[in-house]
Design a protein around this ligand. Structure first.
Ligand code: IMP
Length: 422
C-alpha cells in the first residue's frame, strides 16, 4: 500500500513544497488533507520558481491526479486565480479535483480573520489573514458552506445568507464595516464555471485509488507545532497538520499509511507569535534569516529564526510516527564556526527532555545547548552522501539519535537537484 505522507515537523516552512514536488514524480496522486491558502509552498522546477497556496505542487507533473480533500478549506477566489495563473504559464499539467466536503473560505472569512486579529491587539496570533480560523470555526459550528454547495441551485442564496449573518457579527460585536452580500457574491460567482466541474466525491476516488494500489502522496501544510491540539495553542493554526490529520482529512485509514516523512530545517523558524525557546534575535539568528531568505511566502513577514530544538523534534517524531526525517537547508549553516543544538530545557532549576506545550511554560524553558564544530565549506553543490563533510554527518547522526528516526533525505539548496538521499 504505497501511501507516503509529508509532514512539517516544526512551525511550518520546512521545505515541504520542494520535497513534495520531488517525491510526486513517482506518484499517481497527490492529496492535500488540511489547511488552505495559508500555506505557501515554494517549488523550483527547471529554473522557474512557483508559489503554491492551495494547489498541490504535484500539478506541475504530467497526468498526475491532485485532490483537495475533505479536511481542506478552499478559497474559490484564490483557487481560480492559481489555476488560471498556472494555465497562463503553460504548466497546468496534472488533473485537479476538489472534495465536495471541503469547506469554502469566503470573502467574509478573510474580513473576520482581520477584524478578530485587530481586536486582539497585543495578544494577536499573527495569522496569515487568509480566513482559515473563521472558515474552520463555521465548519465546526455547522454553518459553513462546502464545495459541494457550489453545485446546488440555491448556492447564491446560501452565500448571501451567510454574508448577512456575518454582518450581524461584524456590526454588533466588532463595531466594524459591514460586507455587502451582493459584493461577496460578485467575487465568488465568476469562479463557478471553472471550479464546479472539479468538485467530486473524492472519498470514492481515494478509496478506488487505494484498492488499485495506486501510489499516493499526502502533502501536509503548516507543521506539527502549529497543530490545533498538539501545538502551542492558541498560537496555532485551526487544523491538524499531524499524521492523524492526514487520515482524517482524506479518508485513508491508518492501515494504509506506509511512509511518514518528517520534514525539518537544520535550524528552526517561526512566523507569527508564540513561544520559541531557541529563538536567536542576535547575529546568529540574523545570519540564518539572511542566508536562508526567511520571509513568509504568504504574508512576506520576516520569520523568527533560531537553533534546532531536539526536544520539539522528538515530540513531533513520536506524535506523527515518522518513519524517516528529511533535513532541509543544511547549506544555510555552512558559514557557522560552531553549530548550537538544543538537547533539553531547564525550567525552575529542573532539566526537561520533553517539551511542555503550554505556551506559558514553554516560553519560560531555557534551552540547554550542545555545541558542535561547524563544517565551514559550501555544501550546496554536493550531490552524494560521500561528499558531505564529517561535521555535517555527525550533526545528522545526532539529530537522528535524539529525534528517534533515521535521516534519509538531506537538502543542500533550493533546487530539486540539491537533494541527497542517504
Ligand atoms: P492561520 O493559519 O492563518 O490562522 O495562522 C495561524 C498561525 O499559523 C500563525 O502563526 C501563522 O503565521 C501560522 N501559519 C499558518 N500557515 C503557515 C505556513 O504555511 N507556514 C508557517 N506558518 C504558518
Amino acid at each position: 500500500m504505497p501511501v507516503t505522507t509529508i509532514i512539517g515537523a516544526q512551525w511550518g516552512d520546512e521545505g515541504k513544497g520542494k520535497l513534495a514536488h520531488l517525491l510526486a514524480a513517482d506518484q499517481d496522486y497527490v492529496l492535500r488533507y488540511q489547511g488552505g491558502s495559508n500555506a505557501g509552498h515554494t517549488v523550483i522546477s527547471d529554473g522557474q520558481t512557483y508559489k503554491f497556496n492551495l494547489m498541490p505542487s504535484g500539478m506541475l507533473i504530467d497526468g498526475i491526479r491532485c485532490i483537495l480533500c475533505d479536511g481542506v478549506v478552499a478559497n474559490p477566489v484564490t483557487l481560480a486565480w492559481e489555476i488560471e495563473n498556472l494555465r497562463r504559464l503553460g504548466h497546468y499539467r496534472g488533473e485537479l479535483f476538489v472534495s465536495r466536503h471541503a469547506h469554502l473560505v469566503l470573502p467574509f472569512h478573510k474580513t473576520q480573520d482581520l477584524y478578530f486579529e485587530e481586536a486582539k491587539g497585543n495578544s494577536a496570533i499573527g495569522t496569515t489573514k487568509q480566513g482559515i480560523g473563521p472558515a474552520y470555526a463555521d465548519k465546526y459550528f455547522r454553518v459553513g458552506l462546502r464545495a459541494g454547495d457550489m453545485l446546488l441551485p440555491d448556492f447564491e442564496a446560501r452565500v448571501k445568507g451567510l454574508a448577512s449573518r456575518k454582518n450581524v457579527l461584524f456590526g454588533g460585536y466588532y463595531d466594524r464595516d459591514l460586507m455587502d452580500p451582493d459584493a461577496v457574491w460578485a467575487e465568488v460567482q465568476p469562479t463557478l464555471e471553472l471550479l464546479a466541474p472539479l468538485v467530486k466525491d473524492t472519498i470514492g476516488m481515494v478509496r478506488h485509488a487505494i484498492s488499485e494500489d495506486a501510489r499516493i502522496l499526502l502533502e501536509g501544510a503548516q507543521g506539527t507545532l502549529l497543530d490545533i491540539d498538539y501545538g502551542t495553542y492558541p498560537f496555532v493554526t485551526s487544523s491538524h497538520p499531524i499524521s492523524g490529520g492526514a487520515l482524517l482529512g482524506t479518508g485513508i485509514s491508518w492501515r494504509e499509511l506506509h511512509r511518514v516523512v518528517g520534514v525539518a530545517k537544520a535550524y528552526n523558524t517561526r512566523v507569527g507569535a508564540g513561544p520559541f525557546p531557541t529563538e536567536d534575535t542576535g547575529p546568529d539568528g540574523q545570519t540564518m534569516a539572511k542566508t536562508g531568505a526567511e520571509f513568509g511566502t504568504v504574508s512576506g513577514r520576516p520569520r523568527r529564526c533560531g537553533w534546532l530544538d531536539l526536544p520539539l523534534l522528538r515530540y513531533a517524531t513520536q506524535l506523527n510516527g515518522f518513519t524517516e526525517l528529511a533535513i532541509m537547508k543544511t547549506d544555510v549553516l555552512d558559514e557557522f564556526e560552531r553549530i548550537k543544538v538544543c538537547v533539553a530545557y531547564e525550567i525552575d532549576g529542573k532539566r526537561l527532555d520533553w517539551p511542555d506545550m503550554a505556551p506559558e511554560v514553554l516560553e519560560r524553558c531555557q534551552p540547554v545547548y550542545e555545541e558542535l564544530p561547524g563544517w565551514k565549506v559550501s555544501t550546496s553543490s554536493m550531490r552524494s552522501e560521500g561528499e558531505l563533510p564529517s561535521e555535517l554527518s555527525d550533526y545528522l547522526e545526532l539529530i537522528a539519535r535524539e529525534a528517534g528516526a533515521p535521516v534519509r533525505i538531506v537538502s543542500v539548496g533550493a533546487d530539486r537537484n540539491a537533494t541527497i538521499m542517504l
